[in-house]
Design a protein around this ligand. Structure first.
Ligand SMILES: [Cu+2]
Length: 72
């Protein structure tokens, strides 16, 4: 079942940060679509909840050195 979530990510400052988050999430099996907005820090993610959960997605972002705020 496809699910959609928008996470508020803090600490992204440039295009490389965007790429790092986008590529890191896209590499996870179960993640279908990732859209990162640098200006707002919003990260829109479409994922298959039978394969991956938000906790794993959040951990992946945090392991790259960014902070995940309240989910919208
Ligand atoms: Cu950067």
């Amino acid at each position: 079942m496809a699910n959609q979530v928008t996470l508020q990510v803090q600490g992204m400052t440039c295009g490389n940060c965007v790429k790092s988050v986008k590529n890191g999430l896209s590499a996870l099996s179960g993640v279908e679509k990732v859209n990162v907005q640098l200006e707002t820090g919003n990260v829109d993610i479409e994922f298959n909840e039978s394969q991956i959960d938000i906790k794993q997605i959040t951990n992946t972002i945090e392991n790259k050195g960014y902070t995940v705020g309240t989910k919208i």
